[in-house]
Design a binder for this molecule. Structure first.
Ligand SMILES: CCCCC/C=C\CCCC/C=C/C(=O)SCCNC(=O)CCNC(=O)[C@H](O)C(C)(C)COP(=O)(O)OP(=O)(O)OC[C@H]1O[C@@H](n2cnc3c(N)ncnc32)[C@H](O)[C@@H]1OP(=O)(O)O
Length: 194
């Protein structure tokens, strides 16, 4: 755990601009592999440390649309199946946004089937992250509203870039979206379950 937190700190999250500077040589070696399906989610797995670095890479603001959510779930499954993988650092490849949360356009003017599929993918993301066997750390290197905040809450640990400009929080009610009760009670009122 300490090693995982150290590695997260090494990413430069305390930098004034909250940028992630990876100081490790990311050349491929037998101890390291990288994968991505459609490049919305980049994964760098270091077998020597057992730590995977997962970066959301969906510019300009890392919207969580159906494609990204699906890729996220596939990436999580691959890491869970890797017996060498012990921990996961979830962060953003962008300079000032962790993720702007759910893509509102996925819920606007779409068919009921599409909206159903989208919300299933949202729930799947939460299940994958909250229920993960890996030690999970959210390295929040920028704005993190709505589902970005929920993603961070679903991790075991959270570290946020030291930059007063960045905000994090549950703003979805301003958009008329209500987080489901099971999510709120699990993440925000865990004492109800203990
Ligand atoms: C593991 C957790 C899962 C939980 C599962 C269960 C249930 C979940 C309950 C659901 C609760 C969550 C709901 C949400 O997430 S609702 C979305 C909340 N997010 C926002 O309100 C973000 C609003 N955006 C911003 O504040 C800013 O964009 C910013 C992130 C601060 C970045 O600012 P800036 O760099 O200036 O970029 P722009 O504002 O210019 O944005 C660039 C383009 O992106 C469009 N955009 C931004 N956010 C969204 C969004 N959420 N959906 C759709 N589109 C978005 C923006 O309009 C710009 O588009 P344009 O270039 O065409 O103008």
């Amino acid at each position: 755990m300490a090693a995982l937190l150290k590695q997260s700190a090494r990413l430069g999250l305390s930098g004034r601009h909250g940028q992630v500077f990876c100081r490790l040589p990311w050349a491929l070696s037998f101890q390291r592999y990288m994968f991505n399906a459609n490049k919305k989610i980049l994964v760098e797995m270091d077998k020597s440390t057992g730590v995977a670095l997962m970066k959301m890479a969906n510019p300009p603001v890392n919207l969580l649309n159906l494609e990204t959510l699906t890729e996220f779930a596939i990436s999580m499954e691959k890491l869970e199946l890797d017996k060498d993988c012990k921990g996961l650092i979830l962060t953003s490849s962008l300079s000032k946004v962790f993720t702007a949360g759910l893509d509102i356009m996925e819920m606007c003017g779409k068919s009921p089937e599409h909206v159903t599929e989208f919300w299933r993918a949202v729930q799947e993301m939460w299940l994958k992250l909250y229920g993960s066997n890996l030690v999970t750390i959210a390295a929040i290197n920028g704005f993190s509203p709505g589902a970005g905040c929920l993603m961070a809450l679903a991790c075991d640990y959270r570290i946020m870039a030291d930059n007063v400009k960045y905000s994090i929080g549950l703003n979805e009610t301003q958009l008329g979206i209500v987080a489901p009760f099971w999510l709120v009670t699990r993440e925000l009122r865990p004492s109800l379950f203990s």
